[in-house]
Ligand binder design. Structure first.
Ligand SMILES: [Zn+2]
Length: 253
């Protein structure tokens, strides 16, 4: 019971860090974190999810620039719903293998603190950081720790896969106010809470530079965390109105 709770907490923490750091800060620069906080969280994501930051940013940049076209690295409309749900990480790795480091460099040239991210991106650093985290799990919990590590990894990538697969399958195009944003009821609200705002996928595609994905009053827990960090002087919002809600377009059906 205790380990199950810990696993669920780790999955949620992974999703939160991905949402606020990799997604909102590094990829979209909707919020800028204190350099050492950003570096610490990058190492955390490397350790917990084996997620090279520059490759993540490069593929996400293409995901927005070429949404649901063959150049989108993880579109369910191109690769299939199940492939994206279960295999977003695999699709990203395949993209990296196919296009190489030169494409990653080209797409991430202007990312802040790039030298540090490039260091984390290098294969020896990736393996060293991830290996250290796995070793820490085993030291803390024995072989159950290894199981815990693997399960949190699977849980994390399933949530990421769900955001990408369902977010691009449900609702209207071009993402004015898709079903992922506007479905009423407890379940969508719960999913949104567990995904720290990433369930509001349609709004995010409509206004990718906004730190707040809850544009019609929905609660965006990831944005809430960014606001708390800003209060603590650990984050800033570079856009003058990056955090303001935007009235959502009228429902079309
Ligand atoms: Zn995005």
């Amino acid at each position: 019971m205790g380990l199950a709770f810990l696993m669920a907490s780790l999955v949620l923490l992974d999703v939160l860090v991905t949402s606020v750091l990799y997604h909102r800060s590094l990829a979209h620069r909707a919020v800028i974190f204190n350099r050492w906080l950003a570096r610490s969280l990058t190492v955390y994501m490397q350790g917990m999810a084996f997620a090279p930051p520059l490759t993540w940013i490069a593929t996400h940049t293409l995901h927005h620039a070429h949404t649901d076209t063959p150049r989108d690295p993880y579109s369910p409309r191109v690769h299939g719903f199940l492939a994206v749900f279960f295999g977003t990480a695999v699709l990203v790795s395949l993209w990296r293998r196919r296009h190489g480091g030169a494409a990653v460099d080209r797409l991430t040239r202007s990312v802040p603190d790039r030298a540090f991210l490039a260091f984390c991106e290098r294969r020896p650093a990736c393996f060293a950081i991830t290996g250290s985290f796995i070793a820490a799990f085993v030291l803390a919990f024995g072989w159950l720790g290894l199981l815990l590590y693997v399960l949190q990894l699977i849980g994390f990538y399933l949530i990421v896969g769900w955001a990408n697969s369902a977010g691009h399958t449900l609702g209207e195009r071009p993402f004015h106010g898709s079903a992922t944003n506007r479905s009423p009821g407890v379940l969508p609200a719960l999913m949104n809470a567990c995904m720290f705002g990433e369930w509001l996928h349609g709004y995010h595609h409509r206004y990718p530079a906004r730190a707040n994905f809850g544009m019609a009053g929905e609660f965006d827990a990831g944005y809430f965390v960014c606001r708390v960090l800003a209060r603590l002087h650990l984050a800033t919002f570079p856009g003058a109105r990056a955090h303001d809600p935007i009235p959502a377009p009228a429902r079309t059906r």
